[in-house]
Design a protein around this ligand. Structure first.
Ligand SMILES: [Zn+2]
Length: 251
């Protein structure tokens, strides 16, 4: 598993919890010894326009320096997706997150929809047909769901389980129903459903279990092609360990 990372992701670009000081470092501390890092470039205007309106992009430009970091986040997602197409599963350790960004608006600490841009780039380049997005963030990715609402080729799934067991069971059940094959599995990896984060539900080891299930699914249905990108996760004392658990499972 490769980790796509740029030092500018550690910049504190706003006052929201996704941009909090120490958040990225808490993940770096856990990953740096075990994973190889790859540096991405900024997404281009053409890449943003695969998903977003010109109005949205122009509006985002007024938020500096967030705009530059958001371009790098989108570029990090496309880099992770491209690596995964080359047979190298990758995790994009990026911020700002993206799953609350729709075509023409965004909220919830998001600016551009990183996962959607990565998938649309692969689709326009005809590298994939169908794609599956599994979103394990606490919050429903309304942006991602709305962007792909008219695209039957892209399936979006967000488990909701009310207990640890029912959450894992719901994901397992979804992955067990015959569907696919898909060109790629994309994981919107949020960690705010951790028992010590806002969602108060999952234990650190559950992220390993989830990662393992997703890896097995990708190997069976996506020719092994899989990538994950960081979404939410706000308790710095457990965030890095949760990310590492997911990567150890999915990698
Ligand atoms: Zn969230």
């Amino acid at each position: 598993m490769l980790v796509v990372y740029h030092t500018r992701y550690a910049e504190v670009y706003s006052s929201d919890p996704a941009s909090a000081p120490g958040r990225i470092e808490s993940i770096l501390d856990e990953l740096k010894a075990s994973y190889e890092f790859v540096e991405p470039e900024q997404a281009s205007a053409q890449e943003l326009m695969l998903v977003h309106t010109l109005d949205h992009i122009e509006h985002a430009k007024t938020h500096r320096p967030t705009f530059e970091i958001a371009l790098l986040a989108a570029g990090g997602a496309t880099k992770a997706a491209e690596l995964s197409m080359q047979g190298k599963p990758a995790f994009a350790l990026i911020r700002p997150p993206g799953h609350h960004a729709s075509r023409n608006s965004s909220w919830g600490f998001c600016f551009f929809n990183n996962v959607a841009i990565a998938i649309e780039k692969l689709r326009i380049e005809r590298k994939i047909g169908k794609a599956l997005v599994v979103d394990v963030d606490l919050h429903y990715g309304d942006g991602t769901a709305s962007i792909f609402a008219q695209s039957p080729q892209v399936t979006y799934f967000h488990p909701e389980g009310a207990s640890r067991q029912s959450y894992v069971d719901e994901l397992h059940q979804f992955l067990s129903v015959p569907r696919g094959p898909f060109g790629i599995l994309a994981v919107s990896a949020g960690f705010d459903r951790h028992e010590h984060d806002w969602g108060g539900l999952l234990k650190t080891e559950d992220y390993y279990t989830i990662g393992k299930m997703l890896k097995e699914f990708a190997e069976a249905k996506c020719d092994g092609k899989r990538f994950a990108i960081l979404e939410g996760g706000y308790n710095h004392s457990v965030l890095g360990k949760s990310v590492k658990a997911l990567l150890d499972g999915i990698g």
